[in-house]
Design a protein around this ligand. Structure first.
Ligand code: DOR
Length: 437
């Protein structure tokens, strides 16, 4: 490892949104100095003129499929995609095989990650109706994941009494996939036989999400528990949270729910199918407003790769989910370029706030003493999303053809250059994330 790295003349987005054209010195994996005219007597120098330097993205919701579903993605291919997308840390979901519901399964995942991950990693522990002891004791975890609906096997916890027990007996952050399972099952019957993927958004409708979000908020209030609502998809939920959020409640939105809507089914078919589903264009607008107002705290991709062959099955056999880690930062930086938000807001939503929500110390900001998790992006030139350029094993993106700016040129993890002028250095390994109590 190069113990010293000097980045020269980048446009830096510092804490509190302050901008500075200057230099950043990395020593022993940490940010050692930020200023102008910095010099270094050893190690590497990156000439960053014309590039923008941001803290590395922390993606707080991904599905990387290993162990058990490696035909879709694995920790190596997923983290190559992270390197290309400027994602230097991720929090991964428990719906693997076996599911991450015990200390043993968590240990297995951590060992695989140690061997294969090019970026930093953290894992959720999955709740089942039965594993309350594991939920209390397994370590290290960033939080407990509860599928209230759209669940997978043992990971589905849809009954209120089971949810009540989880909220009553824990003091960890609870992250919920908020969809009401009973309503999904009822509405599937209504649309039985309809193979148009667009009905997915009607089956798992806005009310399906709102019912579950209201229940999770109620339980958080009742037991004074830390609640994070995953991938908020509707304006009605955002408006509900605007009124009922407490300091114990946070939420996130995906780029898909901000930038795609039900019109996408026509072009993408089942590739546009995800849970919770895409909504109307009006919902895009309401989610943007809630994000800008701070009702929504951060951005997550819900990177959920499935093969094209699996996606080609007719609805409803086609699986739900889309990949995202490779495109999230350029998508949002393109929005910033087009004036919809600022660079500082992108940093807050994708770097600073995920670190705060999950209490990950020394990450998410360009600050002396912080970990040198960094991304240098080209915010001048434009390049389309092309299938042949993707590193994710699933090999497709719902954003193919979109012309974007802000593509990462260098991604740096703990001071090591993992994306080097556009090329992935597969020798780099990330570290397990630490979560403060
Ligand atoms: O669409 C989705 N797919 N949403 C989820 O929350 C899970 C994911 C998956 O694992 O495929």
């Amino acid at each position: 490892m190069n113990s010293q790295l000097l980045i020269k003349e980048a446009l830096m987005v510092l804490s509190q949104g302050e901008m500075l054209v200057g230099d950043l010195l990395v020593r022993e994996g940490k940010i050692a100095a930020i200023g102008t005219d910095l010099v270094s007597d050893c190690g590497r120098i990156i000439d960053a003129r014309g590039l923008v330097l941001l803290p590395g993205v922390i993606d707080p919701q991904v599905h990387f499929r290993e162990p058990g579903l490696e035909h879709k993605e694995d920790l190596f291919t997923a983290t190559c995609a992270c390197a290309k997308g400027g994602v230097t840390s991720f929090l991964e979901m428990p719906n693997t095989i076996p599911p991450t519901t015990t200390q043993e399964a968590l240990n297995e995942k951590l060992e695989l990650a140690r061997q294969k991950c090019l970026v930093n990693y953290g894992f959720f522990l999955g709740a089942t109706p039965e594993n309350s002891e594991d939920l209390r004791t397994a370590n290290p975890v960033c939080g407990i994941k509860v599928f209230m609906g759209s669940g997978h096997g043992s990971l589905l916890v849809s009954k209120e009494e089971d949810l009540e027990r989880i909220f009553a007996t824990n003091n960890r952050l609870i992250a919920v996939h908020a969809e009401n399972q009973e309503r999904i099952l009822q509405r599937r019957k209504l649309f039985a036989g309809n193979t148009n993927p667009a009905v997915h958004s009607q089956i798992q409708d806005e009310e399906t999400a709102l019912i579950a979000t209201k229940l999770a908020v109620k339980l958080s209030h009742k037991y004074q528990r830390r609640l994070h609502i995953l991938h908020l998809s509707t304006g009605v939920e955002a408006e509900y949270l605007r009124l009922h959020k407490t300091p114990l409640i946070t939420t996130e939105v995906t780029p898909q729910h901000l930038l795609l809507n039900t019109t996408a089914y026509e072009k993408l078919g089942t590739l546009a199918q995800m849970n919770p589903p895409l909504r109307s264009p009006e919902n895009n607008e309401m989610l943007w407003r809630a994000l800008k107002d701070g009702v929504i705290d951060c951005i997550a991709t819900d990177h959920a790769p499935h093969t094209l062959q699996e996606k080609a099955k007719p609805y409803p056999e086609s699986p739900s989910g889309m990949p995202g880690v490779e495109t999230s930062l350029p998508l949002m930086l393109t929005q910033a370029k087009q004036g919809r938000c600022s660079l500082a807001e992108v940093v807050k939503w994708m770097c600073t706030n995920p670190a705060k929500i999950y209490k990950i110390p020394n990450k998410g900001e360009l600050k002396v003493g912080y970990d040198a998790d960094l991304v240098l992006v080209d915010w001048e030139n434009w390049r389309p999303v092309l299938r042949e350029n993707l590193a994710t094993k699933c090999g497709w993106s719902p954003f193919e053809g979109w012309n974007l700016t802000g593509w990462p040129v260098y991604t740096i993890v703990n001071g090591e250059v993992v994306l080097d002028n556009g090329r992935i250095n597969t020798q780099v390994r990330g570290k397990p994330l630490f979560f403060s109590p």
